[in-house]
Design a protein around this ligand. Sequence first.
Ligand code: HEC
Length: 593
Amino acid sequence: MFRSSLHLQLAASLALLTVGYSAEPTASDPARQLREYRDYAMSHDGDAAAGRALFDNEQRAGCVKCHSIDGSASKAGPDLQSVGDKFPRRELIRSVLEPSAEIAVGYGSTIVEMKSGEAHQGIIKQATADAIELAGADGKRIQIPIGDIQSQHGSAVSLMPEGLQAGMTREEFADLIQYLTSLRQPENLLTSNRGMPSVIPELSTPIRLEPFLSDASHFPHAFVEKPGDVRFGLVWFAQLPGETNMFVAALQTGQIWLIEKDASGDRKSLFADISAEVFSKRGPNGLLGMAFHPRFRENRKYYLKHQVFEDEKIVTTVEERQASPDLHTDSGKPARRLWEVASTTQDHSGGCIAFGPDGYLYIGMGDTGPQQDPQGHGQNLGLFLGKMLRIDVDRIDPGLAYAIPPDNPFRNRPDVRPEIWAYGFREPWRFSFDSKTGDLWVGDVGQDRVEEVSIVRRGENMGWNVFEGFEPFSNRYRRDGERYVPPVFAYLRKYGNSITGGYVYRGDKRSSFYGVYICGDYTSHRIFGIKQSDRQLQEVWQIGTCPEGIASFAEDEAGTIYAVGYEGMVYRLTFEGTFFCSPSTKAADTNGR
Ligand code: HEC
């Protein structure tokens, strides 16, 4: 998730600002110019060919200095090959007029202060133990030896300069926007695979999403500090084990709330608050996930995955905590840190932790960047990065705060982390186990082309960054004789930018949705239902839409599924009155078969 978030509230407040602007604006009034350019480009189709010429003109717009459009992502800014699929017109306009309002994940700029007193600003392109490579605003790259660095921190200001429109007429600006909207993902490579249909049909009657929290218990989305700088969303939700009317909701800030529902309404109370210790900056940082011990009602243990800032580094941790005897709050006892790993950049630290049916704790860990995983973290079995890990929290091995389960696949291999269960992940933000079959389903956030969903088995290599979805991505870390397991399902940019893995529905056995895996996209808000057999996609439908960005899904003990909105509402999915693949829509099935 969070590939690039939609700051709806920010957009609203900016709009207010502009509307509230009362004095007669002068010609040099920047807010007025932005508004004029925006309104003009919203209401006029420009000439895409003229826009392309402007894009390529280094003396004028200069976009080409920082952006590739061939999928190579070779420059400082994001590749724009499918930007017309990624964003609607209004947001494309905003990306150019207000670069810092919304910084693309993975493209935040870093300021490096050197021991010599010099400073550099740019986008991290490579990061090894010895040096980092920055791409600067001038389009050039510099190598900085780690030993020369005094300090290093992220900036809330985009490397993309403001005011690029000032050198263009409104008409030229509309041409440029027309060109950006014309940049669509090439479909030639993509339709070849059955798991990645070129069209995902919609159910004729979508499922319903009912707001599950009341005014008293939901989390109206909060901005803190400067608009666009820090944003704290709702990231996780679950039933309190064994309690049918109690739920726990976690915010990225580190606040965890208990929500009690009864006939008189919802009550909300603080379950735990670790906000003083979490590192929470823009994007996918902070408190990311939570899990209850399978015997929580007896031992009261629960687990948090969150980030802290230690020794000038972002460190992702898993900690064990204990609830109070009534299970309604944290006990206040000190946490026990089980596991930790330092990140290369502030992106892709995974998010999910969950107990498998085997009683072991699984930890989804991202490659931690930079973009494209240039150091091959996902394929390197000596690292925790880009892996699915599996640990035993009930026992302790010498030198560890947990034990390695005896059947972990790489237990006895030298130079390999014995915690690894599977590898080749980019950003396994959310995963779950099918409560009937035990299958481990993972939603792995993609790079520039596709989002993917996989069923993952012991010891498997899921491919990143040799593969992205079904497609080859890079040969740099490819190994002869290695088996790269393809996903079950992948989707194109036109359907979304950031997969949020969900659950296999095991609620009502009579429902046509029984056995359907439900997942969604954070940016497009689409919800997908898929059926597979032997990891081959059988059916995929767009079954509904969530009103908010989908940060997570949740499943209660009765099998009901919820969508967790990043902006603070939880929705219950209801399937009554609709069918997964009804006979009438079957005829219109354009699933590439
Ligand atoms: C100095 C380098 C630089 C220049 C020049 C530049 N950009 Fe950017 N651009 C960036 C960076 C870095 C980002 C990512 C950070 C952000 O989202 O602001 C970005 C982001 C974008 C995005 C959002 C992409 C996404 O996937 O979220 C668009 C669209 C864009 N630029 C278009 C343009 C256009 C059009 C021009 C020319 C008028 C241009 N840029 C000039 C560096 C640049």
